[in-house]
Design a protein around this ligand. Structure first.
Ligand code: SF4
Length: 345
């Protein structure tokens, strides 16, 4: 029997709805959630691929490249933790986790005096952000980064604004990118040059997903404060905005400094190896809790499978700060991160 169930896309912070197609309880496909207020019947290729990743999910625990019983792998992690120097243990939190999981991971790390590493695309929290309607209704939009490629359903709002007469100016690393194709004015200038040469007021929105350093973030903040224009940071992971409400993000340099001081690394549903350019062979033991294989699970000493977002309820906070809940749509007896943490306490 075919069934259609609603959920959220976990592949970036825009917060689009997706419909998942189930056949006899198994995930067989997806299509856009037509009446969802964020994406109004569209999903990008990354959104559609999130279901493909689920179909290849990790089913078994791994210890030193060999399949293992899950209870044995959790016991192994407990042993590692009990003999470790807490000051050399780092827990990687991630915007891939739901609010409920982030709360449990943070409490666990703090109760054990472990370090917490949280990387949010080199961005930080902005308390006041533009809504997607603000983007669509803006008179001018400054785009920093290739938003139209990376976060296409925000890109759609930018295109709607342009159709309504808004001027779009942008900067990025590549001259020929998707955002450049629709911008009225596009360059590879620095953020400082870009902000200096454009005029901003309360009818403008600065939308960005990429900065090289925190000085650039401070320039964006100062421009917004001086001109009353709105800002919208858009993150690569679904719940980065929510995670930022509980944990301060580290810059790339701060993450490298933390990793340099780490002997035991616990990675909760993240691909820190892909995010941070660091020699991870310097870390004695890496343990990943993950539902999908990635660069970090591939070099981990222990991998423990976890429930994905399709197998449990939870909530994400999208880029404009709206909390969105989702329900379990697939039955599963895999342990959730929260349940695994209970066993590790
Ligand atoms: S824009 Fe982001 S949230 Fe929307 S479908 Fe694409 S990856 Fe998913």
């Amino acid at each position: 029997m075919l069934e259609i169930k609603h959920t959220l896309c976990p592949s970036c912070s825009v917060g689009c709805g997706i419909n998942v197609v189930l056949k006899e309880g198994d995930v067989v496909g997806s299509f856009p959630y037509k009446r969802h207020p964020v994406n109004e019947g569209k999903n990008c290729v990354n959104g559609r691929n999130s279901i493909e990743a689920f179909k290849n999910k990790i089913e078994e625990a791994i210890i030193s490249n060999s399949k293992s019983d899950i209870d044995k792998a959790i016991d192994e992690v407990s042993k590692e933790l009990s003999s470790a120097d807490a000051s050399k243990v780092t827990v990687i939190c991630s915007g891939n986790n739901s609010m409920e999981e982030i709360g449990a991971i943070k409490d666990f790390a703090e109760s054990k005096n472990f370090n917490i590493g949280f990387y949010a695309d080199n961005l930080v929290n902005f308390d006041e952000v533009a809504s997607y309607d603000d983007v669509e209704n803006a008179k001018a939009i400054a785009v920093i980064g290739d938003l139209l490629y990376d976060n296409p359903l925000i890109g759609r709002k930018i295109i709607h604004a342009k159709q309504n007469g808004a001027k779009i100016c942008g900067i990025g690393k590549e001259e020929n990118c998707v955002t450049a194709n629709i911008a009225d004015d596009y360059s590879t200038d620095s953020i400082q040059e870009f902000l200096n040469k454009n005029t901003f007021d309360e009818s403008c929105v600065i939308v960005f997903n990429e900065v090289d350093n925190h000085e650039d973030l401070e320039l964006i903040k100062a421009t917004a404060a001086d001109s009353n224009c709105k800002v919208l940071p858009v993150f690569s992971k679904s719940n980065t905005k929510g995670t930022l409400s509980l944990i301060d993000a580290k810059s790339k340099e701060e993450m490298i400094e933390l990793l340099d001081n780490t002997k035991l690394l616990l990675v909760f549903n993240d691909d820190v190896v892909n995010d941070i350019d660091f020699d991870f062979s310097k870390i004695s033991k890496i343990i990943s809790f993950a539902y999908v294989e990635n660069d970090t699970t591939n070099i981990s000493d222990i991998v423990i499978p976890i429930k994905s977002w399709l197998e449990q309820e939870g909530s994400f906070v999208n880029a404009m700060g709206e909390s969105q809940t989702f329900n379990a749509i697939v039955e599963s007896d895999v342990l959730s991160e929260v349940e695994i943490i209970e066993k590790l306490k």
